[in-house]
Design a protein around this ligand. Structure first.
Ligand code: GLY
Length: 379
């Protein structure tokens, strides 16, 4: 962002840290729910579901922003719970092991060399490999591998899970992890990305023959619409997979996702929950899609050497800071997200991932040279 924008950024960081401090008092080494309910997070009983790592992920960002050792200790306290989850096989039938173990275990291992964290993250990567379906070479997203409704299905969000596999190859030298990630990303490029640059939320392959079958939505408005958060995962995810592989086709896929996403933004630069909706639709915005897109657009701008994507990202962040940040009525860092409108879950609420990616955006914007946890670089 330009130097004239520094004050709102500083104010936004301060507000976000105040919210984290208050939430540390309430949730500590436990976990808030996936979303606020009536604008407030409530405690979640156990380390289950796909979003718990966003909480320690935020606390690690607070540490990186401030250097305050209290945050480091509080973030590190989560490693044992995540190690227990993977070794005890608690709710691990999911591709989201990438989200879960990148933030909860790879990040602390990078900061402190914690061997428990490294072993847990590698165990999660090993489990992710068991979800690779041959001959399609895709990683099944949801459910156990015998679940007839989920067999052969993957979703665009999975592009954010493959960084765990690239990390595992880097630290072990075993190329099976990166090979699986590369094949999966290529299949998504070929089939989940549509010719017009929009994306399916989910796509099925025939688990026996490997043939691509059909796209379907789960959280979008319709099978042939474009779920806003999925498109944001596509921008960030394809760019990260390009960074890990150097495959220019993946960079081109990210650019196409970004162009379509940006062409569908309303006047305030924050998308409605499905890109079919625009101003006047009466639908809710998904601020979390905007926060995710910010990181992807900045990585894309750097990879392409095209500052117009960074400028578009900065307009998004300025709008989030101005009208979507912390408010007295909520304990979320970022308000006005949507989890799953078709099912009526988390509509116009704070979301744990929206909070994480908003704080990631603020960190990226205020710490030149900062590298995202999804890349295998040192902080
Ligand atoms: N990864 C699930 C979601 O974005 O809702």
């Amino acid at each position: 962002m330009t130097s004239t924008d520094v004050r709102p950024l500083r104010g936004a960081v301060a507000a976000a840290l105040r919210t984290i401090d208050a939430n540390l008092t309430e949730f500590g080494a436990g976990y808030p729910g996936d979303t606020t309910v009536g604008q407030r997070y409530r405690p979640r009983g156990a380390n289950v579901g796909w979003t718990t790592s966003f909480w320690p992920g935020m606390v690690w960002l607070a540490y990186e922003l401030t250097g305050d050792e209290t945050y480091r200790r509080q973030a590190e306290a989560h490693v044992a719970g995540f190690a227990g989850r993977i070794h005890g096989r608690v709710d691990i039938d999911t591709h989201d092991l990438g989200f879960l173990y990148t933030l909860s275990c790879v990040v602390p291992w990078r900061h402190t060399g914690d061997e428990t964290a490294r072993a847990a993250a590698l165990a999660a990567a090993d489990h992710l490999l068991t979800r690779v379906l041959e001959p399609a070479g895709i990683i099944q997203a949801w459910g156990d591998l015998d679940n007839a409704g989920q067999r052969g299905r993957t979703i665009i969000d999975s592009l954010m899970n493959t960084p765990l596999l690239f990390w595992a190859t880097r630290v072990t030298g075993d190329v099976r992890y990166a090979d699986a990630a590369r094949r999966h990303a290529e299949q998504l490029r070929l089939h989940i990305l549509r010719p017009d640059g929009t994306t399916f939320h989910t796509f099925y392959w025939d688990a026996v023959t490997g043939a691509p079958l059909r796209g379907e939505t789960e959280q979008g408005s319709a099978d042939d619409s474009c779920w806003a958060r999925g498109q944001a995962w596509g921008i960030y995810g394809f760019t990260l997979n390009y960074r890990h592989t150097g495959d220019p086709a993946l960079l081109d896929a990210a650019r196409r996702c970004a162009d379509r996403f940006l062409s569908r933004l309303p006047a305030d630069h924050v998308p409605y929950w499905d890109l079919v909706f625009g101003d006047g639709s009466g639908e809710e915005r998904d601020s979390s899609a905007a926060a995710i897109a910010f990181g992807g657009l900045h990585e894309l701008a750097a990879a392409l050497g095209d500052e117009s994507y960074a400028a578009a990202a900065d307009r998004i962040l300025a709008s989030l800071i101005a009208a979507y940040g912390a408010g007295a009525d909520s304990n979320a860092l970022l308000r006005h997200g949507v989890y799953d409108k078709p099912k009526g879950v988390g509509v116009d609420e704070g979301t744990l991932w929206g909070d994480y990616f908003y704080l990631e955006a603020l960190t990226r914007a205020t710490r030149p040279g900062w590298t995202a946890p999804w890349l295998n670089e040192e902080h």
